[in-house]
Structure formats: structure tokens, C-alpha cells
Design a protein around this ligand. Structure first.
Ligand SMILES: Cc1cc2nc3c(=O)[nH]c(=O)nc-3n(C[C@H](O)[C@H](O)[C@H](O)COP(=O)(O)OP(=O)(O)OC[C@H]3O[C@@H](n4cnc5c(N)ncnc54)[C@H](O)[C@@H]3O)c2cc1C
Length: 443
């Protein structure tokens, strides 16, 4: 790495360490990091620009890293090069009059939430781990449990400051809620996973604070009952969250949280969150009409938190035992049928999958458990499973991104789009220095 000395004349350079080599992608599926990388921690767009001008001239790869909570290996350095961490870009101001947070890319979700709250506003999404950064959430178009009512990260990005591969600094959008001013380069950057440019600042839309919440916990005898209920409720109102869990997922959530769910009976369970008690009341009646075993309403904070913890800790209980967490997104009314067909496919391959997810928006999290000899058959199963999701009109990732782990499926299932994406990538980054190998694969 003969270029490191030259780089250190531009910016402070840090030695590589594991803290910058991995993200939260489950280890069996995660890309292997290289050892020959260095870390830089620029403080602003000008410093990022200087690093990129140098890297572009010398054709050195740059891997942008936010909080490292990604689940697709996007931030992992997979070639010799530079890891550019946004951890020092933490400026954060709230413009209350215009309901906008102006954030450095390295501001965390928790910091954004707290700043909004202090200003009597809210950032209504909860699109990632609390240490995820604004830059990372934008770069993956993160979603989370409130997407049904409040959309995904894309719906909150009003403005971006972005540094292109050749070091040019672009200002996109602003504080306006509407923008019909030609092609949206801003929205091309949302979900670009560090391959088109480096986001250094963002203007994020804020909302009024959420009203009181009512949580319903509802076990159903079958997945079909539960999903028919979801379809009907979603046609009548927009819950803040509408989550489903298969029975085993509930049991894991109970074990890890130490909390008790309402019942262990039933194949499928719904957790619904409403901002209005009247809606919760109507939803409870609908649930009863669709064969609910029981309808439990939690109105106190303590009770609500207990139920939310059961759902919230399932992944924690599963993470050591899984090959990965899949996140296909389907037309919501197809979930029950897809779930059944997935289980049939899994049985054929001898794979055991545990499933829960965002029933209201169709984003389903499937967790294949590790089994002996998984390397031999798993990838074929995985491809069949994602193909099944696409055959239902779905997409292969609803919120975690393509990163390093789904490029071949993106290419195979969406060849025309993949080709266009590659051409766009090369238009932004002709030397392919930004996160090479990710999203659109090796070029
Ligand atoms: C416990 C847990 C819960 C999670 N829950 C959710 C959830 O509910 N919903 C959801 O959508 N995701 C969830 N995630 C996944 C993860 O939190 C999101 O993908 C998040 O958006 C990643 O942000 P990050 O800052 O950690 O990004 P990183 O992991 O650091 O990077 C992710 C990608 O973004 C790129 N990137 C990062 N910063 C920038 C930047 N400034 N400019 C350009 N590119 C950049 C990286 O190169 C990489 O490709 C969860 C993860 C964990 C571990």
C-alpha cells in the first residue's frame, strides 16, 4: 500500500482494526474483509472531497462506513483501500419552524430521535438499530416497523450534501417538502449503498409528536386467519405498526425478554400499534370477526413495553443460530400464501426457517437456522426462495439492501434493471472506486 503516506498528507490515517472490518451481517453469509485497508475519519464535505480526489486519481477503493449495523455486508472493505468512517460528522440542528433536522451523516438514529423530541417534534420511523447513522439509513433506504404508516427513509430525505467520486460536492434538494425539478438525483442516492457518492449531510423531515399509543396482541389459529385480518384492517385504517410472528418466534421473544406474551396458542400472532384508541377498538372487533383466539389491549406504558419487548427481542434470540436474516418484500395480501410455499420449499431442502415481519407492508423476515452441511444446499434453496418471492410480485430486499450478499440474485431476477444500474454507477463513478463489488457486483 505505497499510497498511504501520500494519503496521510491529506487527512489523518488510522490503522485497520476489526471494528472497521465487519458489520452486523450474520458471519456465515458475510463477505470476507481484506486486511490491507486504512481508516480515515473526515469531519466535513471538504475533507471527504480531498480524500476522494486523491483516491480517484490513484484508483483506490473507498468503502464508506456509518454505524456498521448493516445486514448486507455493504460497509465491509472487500478490496485493498480506504474505509471512510462518518463518525466525526455529527453536527445536528433542528429547524423547528420548518420541521427539518439538519444532520451530519454520522448522526445516529438515537441522536436524531432525541433532538426531534427535545424540539417537541418526532422522527416517526424507527428504521434501524439505534446506532445506525443518518447516512447509512439513507444509503440503504432503511424501513422498519412504521413503514406502513410513515413510509421508509426515502420519504424523509428533503436535502442532501453529497461528494461524488471525483471530489465534486453536490447540494441536492433543500427544506422543501415538494420537488418536481427534473430527474431526482437525490432519490438516486437514497438506497445507493455507498456506490454512487458519499453523503456528508442531510436535511431530514420531522413530524409532530406521536399521540398516545394503544397496542393490541392477537393470537390466531392459522396464518391465513391472521393475514386476512391484516388485509381488512389495512383497508380501513393505517396502524403505526402491524407485525406478525409465527408461534416459535413468539416463544423466542418471550425467552429473551423474560416477558409473557398473551397466549402460546395459535399458529400466528399479530402485534398492532395504533395512535388512536378508536382505531384500536375497531381493529379489535375486526380481529374477532377473523377468528382471533383472544384480543389483548395494552393501554399503559408498562404493558405496551412488555409486548413490544417480546417482538423487539426475537432477532437477539435468533442471531447466533441463523445463517442469515432475509427480508423479501411482497404485496402484503400474499404473505400467508408465500409463507406456506416457503415452508414447503424449506422442507424439500431440509431447511428450518423461523419467520416474523412487517405484515402491514409485506416485508417478511425469514431466518434459516444453521444445519449440518448447510454450505452444500443452502445457496440453491436461498435462490429458489427469493425467486418465489419475485414470482409473487415481490422484491428481494425490502429494507436491508443488496450490499455484497444479493448481487447475483439482483442480476438474475432483474437483468434489465441491473444493466441500467451498472451504467448509472459508471456515470457517477467511472473508475469504480466507491464500494466496488457491492450492489452491481464486480465491474
Ligand atoms: C439489531 C438490528 C436491527 C435492525 N433493524 C432494522 C430495521 O428495523 N429496519 C431496517 O431497515 N434496517 C434495520 N437494521 C439494519 C441496519 O440498521 C440498517 O441497514 C441501517 O440503515 C444501516 O445504517 P449504518 O449507519 O449502520 O450503515 P452501515 O452498516 O455503516 O452501512 C450500510 C451501507 O450504507 C453505506 N453508507 C453508510 N454511510 C454512508 C454515507 N454517509 N454515504 C454513502 N453511503 C453510506 C455503506 O457503504 C453500506 O453500503 C437493523 C440492524 C440491526 C443490527
Amino acid at each position: 500500500m505505497g499510497w498511504v503516506e501520500e494519503l496521510s498528507e491529506i487527512v489523518e490515517v488510522f490503522s485497520p482494526s476489526d471494528a472497521y472490518a465487519y458489520d452486523e451481517t450474520p458471519p456465515l453469509i458475510a463477505p470476507k474483509p481484506v486486511q490491507n485497508f486504512v481508516v480515515v475519519k473526515p469531519e466535513n464535505a471538504n475533507e471527504v472531497s480531498a480524500v476522494l480526489k486523491f483516491a480517484n486519481r490513484r484508483k483506490i477503493s473507498v468503502f464508506t462506513r456509518g454505524g456498521g449495523t448493516g445486514l448486507s455486508g455493504g460497509a465491509v472493505p472487500t478490496e485493498e483501500g480506504i474505509v471512510l468512517s462518518t463518525e466525526r460528522m455529527t453536527g445536528l440542528e433542528v429547524d423547528r419552524e420548518n420541521r427539518v433536522a439538519e444532520c451530519g451523516a454520522g448522526v445516529t438514529l438515537k441522536q436524531l430521535d432525541d433532538a426531534a423530541f427535545k424540539n417537541d417534534l418526532s422522527f416517526p420511523l424507527h428504521p434501524g438499530a439505534e446506532t445506525a447513522t443518518v447516512g447509512g439509513m439513507i444509503a440503504t433506504n432503511a424501513g422498519g416497523v412504521r413503514a406502513l404508516k410513515y413510509g421508509t427513509m426515502r420519504n424523509y430525505v428533503l436535502g442532501l450534501e453529497v461528494v461524488l467520486a471525483d471530489g465534486r460536492i453536490l447540494e441536492l434538494g433543500g427544506k422543501t417538502i415538494k420537488n418536481s425539478s427534473g430527474y431526482s438525483i437525490l432519490h438516486l442516492l437514497v438506497g445507493s449503498e455507498g456506490t454512487l457518492g458519499i453523503i456528508t449531510r442531510a436535511k431530514i423531515r420531522l413530524f409532530p409528536q406521536l399521540r398516545d399509543m394503544t397496542v393490541l396482541a392477537v393470537p390466531f389459529p392459522t396464518m391465513d386467519n391472521a393475514m386476512d385480518c391484516v388485509v381488512e384492517i389495512s383497508a380501513r385504517m393505517l396502524p403505526l405498526a402491524l407485525e406478525f410472528m409465527e408461534k416459535r418466534a413468539v416463544e423466542i421473544g418471550e425467552r429473551v425478554s423474560g416477558e409473557k406474551w398473551v397466549s402460546r396458542d395459535g399458529e400466528a400472532h399479530l402485534l398492532m400499534v395504533f395512535e388512536s384508541f378508536d382505531e384500536a377498538d375497531e381493529a379489535a372487533k375486526i380481529a374477532q370477526n377473523f377468528g382471533a383466539i383472544d384480543v389483548y389491549a395494552a393501554t399503559t406504558k408498562k404493558d405496551r413495553d412488555r409486548l413490544l419487548r417480546v417482538r423487539g427481542l426475537i432477532y437477539e434470540g435468533l442471531r447466533k443460530d441463523i445463517i442469515e436474516i432475509l427480508d423479501a418484500c411482497l404485496p402484503p395480501a400474499k404473505i400467508a400464501e408465500y409463507w406456506r410455499r416457503s415452508n414447503e420449499l424449506a422442507e424439500k431442502y431440509g431447511v428450518d426457517i423461523i419467520t416474523y415481519g412487517h405484515a402491514g407492508d409485506g416485508n417478511i423476515h425469514q431466518h434459516p437456522l444453521i444445519y449440518d452441511g448447510w454450505e452444500k444446499s443452502y445457496f440453491e434453496f436461498r435462490k429458489e426462495l427469493l425467486k418465489l418471492a419475485v414470482s409473487f410480485g415481490g422484491v428481494i430486499s425490502g429494507e436491508h439492501g443488496i450490499g455484497a450478499v444479493k448481487t447475483s440474485e439482483l442480476r438474475e431476477f432483474f437483468p434489465e434493471q441491473f444493466d441500467l444500474m451498472r451504467r448509472i454507477k459508471l456515470l457517477f463513478d467511472p473508475n469504480n472506486i466507491l464500494n466496488p463489488g457491492k450492489v452491481v457486483g464486480k465491474i
